[in-house]
Ligand binder design. Structure first.
Ligand code: FAD
Length: 463
């Protein structure tokens, strides 16, 4: 007899339906299994973007690669959609499957550092803060993003841009090996020699190829001092200064990452320096003097801080529980007309804007070496809206879209980790056609049934 189970899927009989019970799943994994109504269920399904409100049928709080493998097999048997949650900062909330099975990797958040080998073994559910703290204890670091409550998982698999990237490459460039649970529930060690196709695809191809239960990162000596340099201008009169700032970026030291923000009608132009702050202060003085040739800044802010402080300084402003909408672009160059468009802050409830410079070690890596693409970007642009009243959803999103649209003519692609639900059009912005074809062949080989499709999906040939 065909019946409907309680997520509305057609099943072939009562026995099949019974086997999809939480009891059966609990018998297969060590970690807790949460269902709607259970304590902790609502916390587990809540992610960084408060716009996401979905209800998985099961949440498995995985404690090991074996748990992940067993849960993936269970999901495949019962045709449940699989969502993978690490830090829960994916902008469109792919981690949370409505009616499906969510792998909550957060219990797997440990970081072990091998000081002699300069390696970190990082579990697939770890947050950036855990990685930075564990490595800095030994005067070491690897590239991580700018907000410490972001997950290593999603960030590293999509690329991973941070203040050390111009020196040491993106986060994905620093991955030496992965432990991966495949769509068949197999546990693989993936590195340049074993499974080179997966090793290539996992560095920039996102969560398409399996569940990473451990990353092995290369570490670099990093004594842990930094400097934040900001010169503030009213946006209406910042264009000349911004052109000088852009020109100066072309010869910037690799320890400096040029960055700019626009909040309301104030522009901050400057850079983040990781290294000896005394040298950074000299560079700040030089930039300040050049900018002042165009216009005296309204304010100069040069602040030394530790690397760990730097890595957490945006944690509060980028906190949880707000509604969010992002649009991103890469710019191969920042043309004068792009600066003018960026500074034209007409309209209401405009998104905040950030620009962060690429180049340096990011561009040293050959484009073919990793799935990550668009290494020729000079700047990454993000228009980020945040608000708390659901009644403002439409106007906030349209305002961010409209603003980003005015920047479209200058764009050379987009970072896969800031794409929205743009489907194939989004993928084409993130990857070249050749990369997409190669990613698809890896998908065909390792996940032909598209078990891992809640992501910026590389669809296999058969679906
Ligand atoms: P999750 O929502 O947990 O995961 C997102 C997706 O990644 C999942 O749906 C899954 O497909 C995949 N995934 C996650 N973990 C695994 C795993 N272990 N195995 C397989 N697949 C997995 N990006 C930067 O490069 N640099 C930054 O400085 C930066 N700052 C950010 C700051 C904030 C506040 C936010 C919200 C985002 C930022 N991003 C940054 C973008 C960030 O890289 C993405 O949002 C990323 O997806 C977050 O990863 P997560 O693990 O927290 O998210």
């Amino acid at each position: 007899m065909a019946i409907k189970d309680d997520v509305g899927r057609r099943t072939e009989g009562a026995g099949w339906s019974m086997s999809m019970s939480g009891k059966v799943l609990r018998g297969r994994v060590e970690g807790p299994v949460l269902e709607p109504g259970d304590a902790g269920y609502d916390e587990a399904r809540s992610v960084w973007n408060a716009m996401i409100d979905r209800r998985p049928r099961f949440v498995v709080r995985c404690t090991s690669a074996d748990d992940v493998a067993a849960a993936v097999r269970f999901a495949v048997e019962h045709e449940l959609e699989v969502g993978i949650r690490c830090g829960g900062h994916g902008i469109v909330g792919h981690a949370v499957p409505d009616g499906g099975l969510m792998l909550d990797l957060r219990p797997m958040g440990a970081v072990r550092v091998d000081v002699a080998a300069r390696r970190a073994l990082v579990q697939g559910g770890a947050l950036l803060g855990a990685l930075d703290r564990a490595t800095q204890e030994h005067g070491l670091a690897t590239t991580a993003g700018n907000v410490s409550h972001t997950g290593v998982g999603g960030l590293a698999l999509g690329g991973g841009m941070g203040w050390l990237a111009r020196r040491y490459g993106l986060t994905c460039d620093n991955v030496v090996s992965f432990q991966l649970v495949t769509a068949e529930g197999e546990i693989l060690h993936v590195d340049a020699d074993s499974h080179p196709d997966l090793y290539w695809a996992l560095r920039g191809g996102g969560g398409n190829f399996g569940v990473v239960t451990e990353f092995e990162f290369a570490l670099h000596p990093e004594p842990g001092t930094a400097l934040s340099v900001e010169f503030l201008f009213p946006s209406a009169s910042a264009a000349d200064a911004m052109r000088i700032w852009r020109d100066a970026s072309l010869t910037a030291d690799r320890r400096a990452t040029w960055n700019a923000t626009v909040v309301e009608r104030t522009v901050s132009l400057g850079f983040v320096w990781v290294g000896d702050p005394v040298e950074g202060v000299v560079q700040a003085g030089e930039l300040g003097a050049r900018l002042a040739e165009a216009r005296e800044p309204a304010e100069r802010m040069v602040a030394p801080l530790s690397y760990l402080q730097l890595q957490a300084r945006e944690d509060d402003v980028e906190g949880h529980a707000l509604r969010r909408y992002w649009k991103g672009h890469y710019f191969r160059e920042l043309r004068d007309a792009a600066i003018d468009a960026l500074l034209a802050r007409d309209g209401d409830r405009l998104p905040n804007v950030s620009l962060q410079a690429y180049g340096g070690a990011i561009a040293d890596v050959a484009d073919d070496d990793t799935a990550f693409s668009r290494r020729d970007a000079a700047f990454e642009f993000v228009a980020a809206a945040r608000w708390d009243d659901p009644a403002e959803d439409a106007v906030r999103m349209e305002s961010a879209r409209g603003y980003a649209r005015t920047m479209d003519p200058f764009a050379s692609g987009a970072y896969v980790n800031v794409l929205g639900d743009d489907g194939v059009a989004g993928l084409r912005r993130a990857y070249t056609d050749e990369k997409l074809a190669r990613l698809r062949s890896v998908k065909d080989a390792h996940d032909p049934g598209n078990v891992f499709h809640l992501n910026q999906n590389i669809a296999p040939t058969r679906t």
